[in-house]
Design a protein around this ligand. Structure first.
Ligand code: PGA
Length: 247
């Protein structure tokens, strides 16, 4: 069985001092880890966190990547630049990017493509809003979001990570029940199966108020292969408890 993946999404949080304290606190407990662990940090701290994590059990991730290769795109960061800093994962299509930066399914698919071409694993986020769930559209929405990435990435699709993050559960303290999450993860797994014979290799993470108290129940579902953790990833004891639950 594949090891679970626990990825922290620090969002726009941290400082040079607090990053160092957090990473040191995690590394102090890293000897018994039995899952993959990553931290997706603000771009400004990639170099710092790489220095702190290189050669350890913590992999480095970014929170975004440009859909462009290079050139006149002020403020953008290319996949090749991320790779230069030892970035192993790049979150793409987080709901905050879709909502506040107008990222479409097509843009998200291009970002996944750029990451894969540079040897970075995209963590492709999908998820429905509360209005979409209440309208019974959850499956349709997540399938549409994933289909764009499958379409653009063809046979490489088994190299991605998928994160199911119901928008109404992000940062709200409202978590999907393990059964609700598993139901959607099952849908996503079937969709991947139709696209690749290696669908079982793909990590499908749950994200949205996963915390120290609810992680082990969520992670015990058959198609939940890990977590994308926001708020709880900023507190070493909580993140360590989730990592232990994944082992
Ligand atoms: P949360 O965020 O754990 O704070 O809900 C998860 C995410 O947005 O990736």
């Amino acid at each position: 069985m594949k090891k679970k993946l626990i990825a922290g999404n620090w969002k726009m949080n941290g400082s040079a001092a607090s990053n160092e304290a957090l990473i040191q606190a995690l590394l102090a407990q890293s000897s018994g880890w039995n899952c993959l662990v990553a931290v997706c940090v603000p771009a400004a701290y990639l170099a710092q966190v790489r220095g702190l994590t290189q050669g350890t059990g913590i992999e480095l991730g970014s929170q975004d990547v440009s859909a462009q290769e290079s050139g006149a795109f002020t403020g953008e960061i290319s996949a090749a630049m991320l790779k230069d800093f030892g970035t192993r994962y790049a979150i793409v299509g987080h709901s905050e990017r879709r909502q506040y930066h107008g990222e479409t399914d097509a843009v998200v698919a291009s970002k996944a493509q750029r990451a894969l071409a540079a040897g970075i694993t995209p963590i492709v986020c999908v998820g429905e809003t509360l209005a979409e769930r209440e309208a019974g559209r959850t499956e349709e929405v997540v399938k549409r979001q994933l289909a764009a990435v499958i379409h653009a990435n063809g046979h490489c699709i088994s190299e991605i990570v998928v994160a199911y993050e119901p928008v109404w559960a992000i940062g709200t303290g409202k978590t999907a029940t393990p059964e609700m999450a598993q139901q959607v993860h099952g849908v996503l797994r079937s969709q991947l199966r139709a696209a690749t014979e290696h669908a079982d290799r793909v990590h499908i993470l749950y994200g949205g108020s996963m915390n120290a108290a609810n992680a082990s129940q969520l992670l015990s579902q058959p198609d939940i292969d890990g977590g994308l953790i926001g708020g709880a990833a900023l507190k070493a004891p909580d993140f360590l408890t989730i990592i232990a639950a994944a082992g």
